[in-house]
Design a protein around this ligand. Sequence first.
Ligand code: ARG
Length: 301
Amino acid sequence: MITTSLAASAPAALQASSLAPTPHFDRPTYLMCPPEFFDVDYVINPWMAGNLHRPSRDTAFAQWRNLYTHLKRIADVRLLHARPGSPDMVYVAHAAIISHGIAALSSFAHPQRQTEEQHLRRWLQEAGFLLWETPRETAFEGEGDAMFDADGRHLWIANGSRTCLHSHRHIADAWHTPVTSLHLVDPRFYHLDICFAPLADGHVLYFPAAFDGVSLAKIEAAYPAEKRITVSETEATHFACSVINVGRNILMGSGTVDLAARLADHGFDVTQLDLSEFHRGGGSAKSLALRLSDLELAESL
Ligand code: ARG
C-alpha cells in the first residue's frame, strides 16, 4: 500500500504534485486515448512499412469505439485527449506502467513518440499518481515492454530495439519488485506486448521464437507447462499476444479463431474485435488501454 509517508520520503525521481493520497479504484480501471489524430506518418517498426498514411481514420475510430464499449462492460475507462503531432498516442499503454498509484513514465526510444510523454505525464499528475521518471539515456516504453505477473508482485521487462536493459532495475525500483529481463530477437516483435502476456490464474500466452534461449528458459521456469499457452507464428503475426485480460475476460484482435478456442479451454471468455487499422501501426488491443488500477482488483478465473 502506498501511503503519503512514502511520498514524503520518496527519492527525487518520484514526484507527486501534493501529499494527497494516490488514486483509489474499486474496479479495474483503464485509460484510453481516441484515435483522433491517428495515422502512420513515419516508420519505426516493420509493420508500419508499406502502411504510410493508409489507415482510415473513420474505420479506426469505429474499431476503437467498439473496443472502448467492450472494455466498459468489464472495467471503468478514463479518457486522455489526443493531440495533433502525436499520431501514435492511441497506443497509450506504451507511455507508462502503473501499480499501487505509482506510474513509471516512459522515455521513448524514438523522437517521434517522445512528444507523447508530456501529455500523459500531465494527466497522471493531475489524477494524483506518483511519477517515477526514467532518464532519457535509458529508453523505456511502458507496458509495451514491461508487464507484471497477474498477482502484481513480479515484473517482466524486455530489452530489444526499444527498451534498454539498463532501465530494468530502475523501473523495478519504483515498487521494489523483483524483475526478470527478457531479450527480444525478432524485429517483428519489437515490443514485449506483442509476444508475451501474463494472464489471470497464473497462465501465460507467448510466442517462443520472439525470445533468445536464455529468456525462453526463464519463462518456462516461471510457468508450469499446463499454464503455458504458446501461439504459432501465424497467430503471433495477427497480434494474438496483444490481449487485454480482466479476470476471466479477454479482449483481443480478430483472425485467430483456433487460439480463442484454446484460451476458452483454459477457462477464458474471449471476445475478438476487428482492430485491423491499428495493426497497420504495429499494435493491437493491449496497447490501446493503459491499466490504472492494481492487478489484484481483477477477480480471478
Ligand atoms: N507505431 C507504434 C510504435 O511503433 C505502434 C505501437 C504498437 N505496438 C505494440 N507493441 N503494440 O511505437
